[in-house]
Design a protein around this ligand. Structure first.
Ligand SMILES: *[C@@H]1O[C@H](CO)[C@@H](O)[C@H](O)[C@H]1NC(C)=O
Ligand SMILES: *[C@@H]1O[C@H](CO)[C@@H](O)[C@H](O)[C@H]1NC(C)=O
Ligand SMILES: *[C@@H]1O[C@H](CO)[C@@H](O)[C@H](O)[C@H]1NC(C)=O
Ligand SMILES: *[C@@H]1O[C@H](CO)[C@@H](O)[C@H](O)[C@H]1NC(C)=O
Ligand SMILES: *[C@@H]1O[C@H](CO)[C@@H](O)[C@H](O)[C@H]1NC(C)=O
Ligand SMILES: *[C@@H]1O[C@H](CO)[C@@H](O)[C@H](O)[C@H]1NC(C)=O
Ligand SMILES: *[C@@H]1O[C@H](CO)[C@@H](O)[C@H](O)[C@H]1NC(C)=O
Ligand SMILES: *[C@@H]1O[C@H](CO)[C@@H](O)[C@H](O)[C@H]1NC(C)=O
Length: 375
């Protein structure tokens, strides 16, 4: 563990001074063999392999020295927004570079539950400048009733692109939302040749073709598909199947590799955990002609709960929202380190160079590190 000097975040007399963010260096060899009497665990419990580490998360765990380059010399991680009664930060965070505004989907209850009203909230990272506590506020975005249970989101042609689960008679849909008042929206897709989707979960734009790729997860139903939608021609097609619960999606910077998180192990609020099902990130080659996904292989298996939202940095390292925070893998699938927040994180988003926002339902953490997103 290396203590880092405290950083002064804001200027002036009321400056909020950041506490130290500890770094624990974990030696993979040191826990290769555990005592036969334990402590063993299943994927629902946290893992701090170094004995007698008595730290309260959040902190950093370094499993590979290369993680130090990702963290940089003075990494910090802390909560910047909290609301104990409102899981405002579940999924679908999007950062708007021009305004420093962030949008995120959530649920009006302390824990995520699809029967609790879903809301999209927003906040501005510029507010950190004058915050004396290190915390900032968010507000609920006044969206129309067309947007129900938004899960994944991304930026598309200057608008927010939300993928939804729908609600009651309103079908799941892909919706464009104006990120400025009056936050008007336009639904751009809600069916596959007349057939309804199941519950859209996450979306990304392919870096070269700019087509929209989104996952349709199986919470409550069978089968999980991955779709590609060309917003200009209207063409929608299935480009991968065979998942249990396809969840997060991301592309490598060159657009040639796709990553899909299969959160099959977690059946959500109805089916609970089944440890025999996948908690796996699969990598695929994106076919140059059709952009369908080929050569599926296991990229990584998540040791704590399930993988959910995904993001990549400029060096092609993959950041995964999962049961203990954010896990970071190199392009070959080696675990480099964790932003260990000690609770489940459904999603994450880079907000400019060196700033990673980690959603944890009732809190959002800001990790200030060296890495930056490739987009
Ligand atoms: C995992 O282990 C914990 C603690 O022993 C136990 O409470 C829980 O039921 C286990 N979960 C599963 C899915 O086996
Ligand atoms: C938390 O969210 C609820 C629901 O929007 C709101 O009524 C309450 O004021 C918020 N609390 C804080 C501390 O922001
Ligand atoms: C959220 O939904 C669950 C399940 O329906 C319900 O038990 C709980 O009371 C709801 N919470 C709130 C704050 O509405
Ligand atoms: C679904 O719609 C009903 C009726 O408008 C509303 O009460 C409920 O909160 C909605 N559910 C979610 C998760 O938004
Ligand atoms: C921070 O305070 C300064 C001085 O009052 C003000 O000029 C600036 O606009 C404030 N920044 C934000 C983001 O509110
Ligand atoms: C957040 O809202 C509270 C209550 O309105 C206010 O006292 C506080 O100054 C706000 N914090 C920031 C950073 O704007
Ligand atoms: C919002 O309304 C403006 C003005 O009518 C329109 O140009 C824009 O396309 C709308 N945006 C969305 C996402 O519906
Ligand atoms: C767990 O998943 C396996 C594979 O689908 C299935 O055979 C088994 O019945 C499931 N277990 C439970 C308790 O649902």
């Amino acid at each position: 563990m290396i203590p880092w000097p405290a950083l002064s975040l804001a200027l002036g007399s009321a400056a909020f001074v950041l506490g130290q963010s500890p770094i624990v260096r974990e030696d993979k060899r040191a826990f290769a063999v555990l005592d036969p009497n334990g402590p063993f665990r299943n994927g629902t419990q946290l893992f701090e392999p170094t004995p007698n580490v008595n730290l309260t998360p959040p902190y950093f765990q370094v499993f590979d020295d290369r993680f130090n380059d990702i963290l940089g010399p003075n990494p910090t991680v802390r909560a910047i927004i909290e609301n104990d009664t409102f899981a405002f930060a579940h999924d679908g965070p999007v950062w708007i570079p021009s305004t420093n505004q962030v949008f995120t989907g959530g649920f009006l209850a302390p824990k995520f539950h699809p029967s609790n009203g879903s809301k999209v909230s927003m906040f501005n990272l510029n507010d950190l400048e004058n915050s004396t506590t290190g915390l900032i506020n968010f507000t609920v975005v006044p969206l129309s009733a067309d947007v129900q249970i938004n899960n994944g989101a991304t930026l598309f042609r200057g608008d927010l692109l939300l993928v939804t689960t729908g609600n009651g008679t309103l079908p799941p849909s892909v919706v464009r939302v104006n990120p400025s008042p009056p936050f008007n929206d336009t639904t751009i897709l809600n069916n596959f040749y007349g057939r309804q989707f199941i519950g859209l979960n996450d979306a990304k734009i392919h870096p070269q073709s700019r087509a929209i790729f989104f996952t349709d997860v199986t919470y409550g139903f069978e089968n999980g598909f991955l779709y590609r939608f060309d917003a200009d021609t209207g063409d929608v097609r299935v480009i991968a199947d065979g998942f249990v619960r396809p969840n997060g999606i991301a592309f490598s910077p060159d657009g040639k590799t796709a990553y899909i998180a299969d959160s099959g192990e977690s059946g959500g609020v109805t089916a609970g955990i089944n440890l025999t099902l996948p908690a796996t990130i699969y990598a695929f080659d994106v076919m140059p002609d059709t952009q369908s996904f080929a050569n599926r292989r296991v990229f990584a298996y998540i040791d704590t709960d399930v993988p959910d939202g995904l993001a990549l940095d400029t060096n092609g390292n993959l950041y995964v929202g999962c049961g203990d925070g954010t896990q970071v893998f190199d392009p070959k699938g080696t675990l480099l380190g964790k932003i260990f927040i000690g609770v489940s994180s459904s999603s994450l988003v880079f907000a400019g160079k060196g700033r990673l926002l980690v959603n944890a339902d009732t809190k959002i953490y800001l990790a200030e590190i060296a890495a930056e997103e490739w987009t």
